[in-house]
Design a protein around this ligand. Structure first.
Ligand code: GDP
Ligand code: MG
Length: 727
C-alpha cells in the first residue's frame, strides 16, 4: 500500500522540543497561520521521505487533553475531527513521568501513535537509562529516540511513521489503561448506551468518549447533546455513573482518573527507567534555591528585567540610528529621483516615513524578544511568573499574566500577543484590557519633549511619575475589572517549574524571529494605512497658492515632510541636529496656513472644545488625534504645528520656545502627558487587540474606557491643579 499524502500531527508538552523537531523535519517548507476561529498559531509543513509526501502539523503544546485551555481544545479537535494518519508525541525523555501523561490520553483516544523520546541527550546526562523497547511493548506504541537540537533520530522517526501508517510495525497494539473495577464498570455502562447507535463507534473510540464523560468534559457533552435522543440517554447514564463514583471515592471522577493514569505511568516507569549511579547533584534545584528564594528572588528578578531594558534600549539605539539614517536616505533618494508632486509626497512622506517608523523599532523588538526567548528557553520565565504570583493575585491574576504586562514596557502589541500563553480566557481578556496602561517605549519621546520643556531639572522624576501613574492605573483597573466584568475565581493551576536548560543559539533565534515576524507582518500594514491617512488629512485640501509656494520656493519640502524629518529625529533624543530654520520664515507661515486649513487642522478646531477642559488648544488636539496611529507621532505633529515645521527633535530649542510661548503651562503639559499615557492604544495595538480577543466588542471597550479614563484623569490633573494654584 502506498499512500501519497500522509498527515502527521506533532503533539507534546510545551518545551519538549516540538518546534525544534518540526523545523528539522520541514525546513523551510512550512506555512504559519492560525487555527480557524482562535488565535492559536498553526504551523504546517511538508517533508518527502522515501517517495512519500508527509504533511506535518505542529499542534499546540499541551500537558493534557482535557478541554480547559484553547490550546487543548484546538489540539483535541484536530485529533478527533481531522484524524491524522499518525500522531507523534514528542516527549522530554528527561522528564518521562510528566510527559507520559499526555501519551496516556492519546492512547485512550485510539490514535495511531509514535513516541519520540526527545532530549535523549539530557536524559542520558542525568543518568536516566530508558529501555525503549520495553516501554513500547508495555504501551503498545513504537518508541524512537531523538535529539532535536542535533537533528538526530529524524530518519528513524520518519521510517517509523511509514511503518505505522502501512501497518508494518510489530509493536503497535491497542491497550487499555485500567482504571480499576469500579470505574471500569461505569465505563462499560456508558459504552453500552453509546453502542446503541453504532455510527458513533465508527467515528470515535467509545471508551474514550465514556472516559471523557466521566470526567465531565464539556466539549464531549456538547457533542452528545447534539445527537438528540441517544445523546440524552448517554448523558443521563454518564451523570448517574459520575454520581455513583463520587459516592464511592468521595472525590470527583476526574481526580480519580488522573491518579489512576499516574499510577499506570509510575508502574510502567518502574520497569523501563533506571537512574544509574548515585543520586545526582540536581543543579536545577540548587539554582532554584537562590533564584526563587523568598528574599533574594525578587531583587534578582528586578535586576534581570532592568538589564533587559538596558539592553533593549541602549544596544538597540545603535542599529536604530542606522535604520533611521537608511530610511532618511531612501526618502532623499526618492525625492531626488522623482518629479515633484503629490505622488512623490505620498511616497516619501506617507509611505516611506510610515513604514520606516515601524521598521525603526525592529532592533528593539528583536533584542527584547531575544531576551524573552532567553528567559523562556532557559526556564527562568517560569520562575518569574512564580515570583510575581502573589503580587498579581492582588489584581485577580496569576503570576503568569505578569509576563505580558512586563513586555508592555517595550511595546504593547507583542505584549498582548504574549497573553496567548495564559490558560483561561478570563485571564487573557483581563490582561489584554489593562496592558495598554503600561507605558510603552513609543510614548517616551512625548514625555521627553514635554517634561524637558516644562520641568527642567526635575524632568526625570516627572517622567518616572508618569510611568508610575500607568502602573497604578493598571493595578486599579485590573482590580476594578476583576470584581466587575471578569468575576470568577482564579483558575488554579500548577506553576510549572521546568528544569533549567542551556538553550542553543539557533533555538533562541528561531523563537525570537517567530515572534518578531508576526509583529512586523501585521503591524506594517496598519502603520502603512494609518500614515497614509494622516498624510492625506494633513495635505488636503490644497490651496493652489500654497502649493505653488511650496514647490517653487522650498523645492520638494512639503508640510508633511517636516513631520518625516522630525519623526526620524525624534528617535535620537541626543542627536545634535542643528535647527537652522527661522521661525519667522514666510514659507513656514504658509505651511501653517496650509495645515490649519487642511482636514487635519479643521478637525483640530472641531474637536478642540472636547479637550478645552483639559487645557489643550487646537494644535494639541490634532497631535492627540494623530497620535492614535502611533504615539510618537504626537511629538512630530506638535513639531509641525507649533514650530511651524521646525525640527521637532525633543531637544529642539525652537519647538520648546514656541511651546512655552503658546501659553501651555507645566500643569497643562503634565495633563497632556497623562492623556498620552492613557488614551486609546495605538492603531497597531488596537489591531492586535481585535485579533487576540477576536471580538469588536472588547476592542471597542478597550478604546472607549481608555479614552474616558484619559479624559477624566487629565481633567482632574488640570482642573485640580488649577484650583490648588499650580496652573
Ligand atoms: P516546544 O515548546 O515543544 O516547541 O519546544 P522547542 O522546540 O521550542 O524546544 C525547547 C527547548 O529545548 C529549546 O531551547 C530547544 O533548543 C531545546 N531542545 C529541543 N530538543 C532538544 C534535545 O533533544 N536536546 C536538548 N538538549 N535540547 C533540546
Ligand atoms: Mg513550540
Amino acid at each position: 500500500m502506498k499512500k501519497e499524502d500522509i498527515t502527521i500531527a506533532l503533539t507534546g508538552n510545551p518545551n519538549s522540543g516540538k518546534t525544534t523537531i518540526f523545523n528539522n523535519l520541514t525546513g523551510t517548507r512550512q506555512h504559519v497561520g492560525n487555527w480557524p476561529g482562535v488565535t492559536v498559531e498553526k504551523k504546517v509543513g511538508t517533508v518527502i521521505h522515501n517517495g512519500h509526501r508527509l504533511r506535518v502539523v505542529d499542534l499546540p503544546g499541551t500537558y493534557s487533553l482535557t478541554a480547559y485551555s484553547i490550546e487543548e481544545i484546538v489540539a483535541r479537535r484536530f485529533l478527533v475531527d481531522s484524524k491524522p494518519d499518525v500522531v507523534v508525541d514528542i516527549i522530554d525523555a528527561s522528564n518521562l513521568e510528566r510527559n507520559l501523561y499526555l501519551a496516556t490520553q492519546l492512547i485512550e483516544m485510539g490514535v495511531k501513535l509514535i513516541l519520540a523520546l526527545n532530549m535523549a541527550d539530557v536524559a542520558q546526562a542525568r543518568g536516566h537509562q530508558i529501555d525503549a523497547d520495553s516501554l513500547g511493548t508495555l504501551l503498545g506504541v513504537p518508541v524512537v529516540f531523538t535529539i532535536g537540537t542535533k537533528n538526530q533520530g529524524m530518519k528513524d522517526l520518519l521510517d517509523k511513521v511509514l511503518e505505522v501508517v502501512e501497518d508494518r510495525d510489530t509493536v503497535s497494539r491497542h491497550i487499555h489503561i485500567s482504571y480499576g473495577h469500579e470505574i471500569e464498570k461505569e465505563i462499560k455502562k456508558i459504552q453500552d448506551v453509546i453502542w446503541q447507535d453504532p455510527s458513533i463507534g465508527e467515528r470515535f473510540s467509545t471508551r474514550w468518549l465514556a472516559v471523557k464523560l466521566l470526567e465531565n468534559d464539556e466539549a464531549v457533552q456538547d457533542r452528545a447533546r447534539s445527537l438528540g435522543e441517544i445523546g440524552e440517554q448517554i448523558l443521563t447514564q454518564a451523570e448517574a455513573s459520575r454520581g455513583r463514583l463520587n459516592e464511592f471515592y468521595k472525590d470527583d471522577a476526574e481526580m480519580v482518573l488522573t491518579d489512576q493514569r499516574y499510577g499506570f505511568i509510575g508502574g510502567a516507569l518502574k520497569e523501563v527507567l533506571k537512574v544509574s549511579g548515585k543520586i545526582r547533584f540536581d543543579l536545577s534545584r540548587q539554582v532554584d534555591l537562590i533564584l526563587t528564594n523568598r528574599l533574594l528572588g525578587f531583587p534578582i528578578f528586578i535586576f534581570f528585567i532592568w538589564a533587559m531594558f538596558q539592553l533593549t534600549f541602549t544596544l538597540g539605539a545603535y542599529p536604530m540610528e542606522w535604520i533611521d539614517a537608511g530610511v532618511g536616505w531612501l526618502g532623499m533618494v526618492v525625492t531626488a529621483l522623482m518629479p515633484e508632486g503629490l505622488l512623490q509626497d505620498l511616497l516619501v512622506n506617507g509611505i516611506i516615513a510610515g513604514v520606516g517608523s515601524v521598521i525603526i523599532f525592529l532592533p528593539n523588538i528583536l533584542i527584547l524578544f531575544f531576551c524573552i526567548a532567553l528567559f523562556e528557553d532557559t526556564g527562568y520565565l517560569a520562575r518569574a511568573a512564580f515570583i510575581m504570583d502573589r503580587v498579581m493575585h492582588i489584581i485577580g491574576l496569576h503570576g503568569k499574566s505578569f509576563i505580558p504586562l512586563l513586555m508592555g514596557f517595550g511595546c504593547n502589541a507583542p505584549a498582548i500577543m504574549a497573553t496567548r500563553t495564559l490558560e483561561s480566557e478570563r485571564d487573557r481578556l483581563l490582561s489584554i484590557m489593562i496592558n495598554p496602561l503600561i507605558s510603552c517605549s513609543a510614548r517616551l519621546p512625548v514625555y521627553i519633549l514635554l517634561a524637558g520643556t516644562f520641568f527642567g531639572a526635575s524632568a526625570g522624576n516627572v517622567i518616572f511619575s508618569i510611568y508610575a501613574l500607568g502602573i497604578a492605573l493598571a493595578i486599579a483597573m485590573g482590580k476594578l475589572f476583576s470584581v466587575t466584568l471578569f468575576r470568577g475565581d482564579i483558575a488554579p493551576f500548577v506553576m510549572e517549574l521546568p528544569p533549567y536548560r542551556a538553550p542553543t543559539l539557533k533555538s533562541l533565534l528561531i523563537h525570537m524571529w517567530d515572534r518578531s515576524q508576526i509583529f512586523l507582518r501585521k503591524m506594517s500594514g496598519v502603520i502603512l494605512v494609518g500614515s497614509i491617512l494622516v498624510w492625506v488629512l494633513g495635505s488636503f485640501p490644497r490651496s493652489a497658492d500654497l502649493q505653488r509656494g511650496q514647490n517653487v520656493e522650498r523645492g520638494a519640502t512639503s508640510p508633511t515632510q517636516e513631520r518625516v524629518i522630525s519623526l526620524a529625529e525624534s528617535r535620537q533624543p541626543m542627536s545634535a541636529a542643528a535647527n537652522e530654520d527661522d521661525p519667522q520664515n514666510p514659507e513656514l507661515n504658509m505651511e501653517m496656513a496650509q495645515l490649519e486649513n487642511s482636514f487635519l487642522g479643521r478637525l483640530g478646531h472641531f474637536i478642540q472644545p472636547i479637550f478645552a477642559p483639559l487645557g489643550f488648544d487646537w494644535r494639541t488636539s490634532v497631535a492627540v488625534l494623530t497620535g492614535f496611529v502611533a504615539k510618537e507621532i504626537v511629538v512630530s505633529t506638535l513639531g509641525v504645528l507649533y514650530a511651524g515645521g521646525a525640527d521637532a527633535n525633543e531637544e529642539s530649542e525652537a519647538l520648546r520656545r514656541s511651546l512655552r510661548a503658546s501659553g501651555m503651562t507645566p500643569l497643562g503639559a503634565y495633563a497632556l502627558m497623562a492623556f498620552v499615557l492613557i488614551y486609546i492604544p495605538c492603531l497597531a495595538t488596537v489591531a492586535v487587540i481585535r485579533r487576540e480577543t477576536n471580538s469588536w466588542k472588547w476592542t471597542s471597550f478597550s478604546i472607549g474606557y481608555s479614552l474616558a479614563l484619559a479624559w477624566v484623569v487629565s481633567f482632574l490633573i488640570y482642573q485640580g491643579g488649577t484650583i490648588v494654584g499650580l496652573g
